[in-house]
Design a protein around this ligand. Structure first.
Ligand SMILES: [Zn+2]
Length: 280
């Protein structure tokens, strides 16, 4: 990483990295313990693998052995230009994630701390439509896009699957985006901007997608839930219990991580690991 601006030491500025001309800022909407024992979330993980994962990512385990889980979005920006936001967090009080995640989230304050006005966001990539990734996408009653100038990028397969799995979601999320002309439905891999690609990575959900940044020989992958815990870096074959199609999820994870490894070091920007940036 060139000019890796890791701002952990700086209290008010959210942590960030730079890749070429693009600054990637981690915005933590909330954090809390997972709702079930982690051995149930990753039923095939061995004690050795848990030890290796905890060594690699110590912030994701509590002293009493529970999974401690942040909920992050990532902002991509060149200078003070337009912002691409990857994922929209757990959302305000009463959002769909309220049943299991620590709402209200603090994304608005995180954006402000990073010097980003919601109006600066021109693209929102929703890696998938689970409730902890769409919280701030549409807010209020009636629902309105929280980012008034943004296209919201969603895979067609994700929309199709969600409309059958969770019929309430289209009304709360998709309908307001459609009505505002802000829903951008895509199929498979697309280029968002030079060096910024959306990659189809299905399995966690039917239309899951990740975002890959490339500059010269540097890479940064905003994973979404392609992996959700460091134990899946210790062994990418390990399934997460809440994947909709574990075999496809494993294929996506193993194939992409392997491809990136052959290209040299890649930084992973993850929503749920204890640290926002980790080197593959
Ligand atoms: Zn998630």
């Amino acid at each position: 990483m060139r000019g890796a601006g890791d701002d952990w030491h700086h209290r008010r500025m959210p942590p960030r990295r730079t890749l070429g001309s693009i600054t990637v800022t981690a915005l933590t909407d909330g954090e809390g313990p997972f709702f079930q024992p982690r051995a149930e979330a990753f039923p095939d993980a061995t004690p050795e693998q848990w030890r290796a994962a905890d060594q690699r990512d110590p912030a994701s385990v509590t002293p009493d052995g529970r999974w401690w889980l942040p909920f992050r979005s990532f902002a991509l920006r060149t200078g003070d230009g337009p912002v691409t936001l990857v994922d929209a967090g757990i959302g305000p009080a009463g959002s769909p994630a309220a049943s299991w995640a620590p709402v209200p989230g603090r994304l608005p304050a995180e954006l402000a701390a990073a010097g980003i006005d919601p109006a600066d966001v021109r693209t929102v990539v929703l890696t998938h439509l689970h409730s902890d990734h769409i919280g701030w996408a549409v807010t209020g009653t009636p629902g309105r896009p929280y980012f008034p100038n943004a296209d919201y990028v969603v895979q067609r397969a994700e929309l199709a699957a969600m409309e059958s799995v969770n019929p309430g979601l289209p009304a709360g999320l998709v309908a307001p985006l459609r009505a505002a002309g802000q829903l951008r439905v895509v199929d498979g891999d697309i280029t968002l901007a030079p060096g910024v690609r959306v990659l189809s990575t299905p399995g966690h959900t039917a239309g899951h997608q990740s975002v890959l940044l490339e500059a010269d020989d540097e890479r940064l992958l905003v994973t979404g839930d392609l992996l959700v815990h460091a134990v899946q870096l210790v062994d990418p074959d390990l399934a997460y219990a809440h994947e909709e199609d574990p075999a496809t999820a494993r294929e996506s994870r193993v194939a992409l991580l392997r491809a990136l490894t052959t290209h040299g070091p890649t930084v992973l920007a993850t929503p749920h690991l204890g640290t926002p940036f980790t080197t593959l």
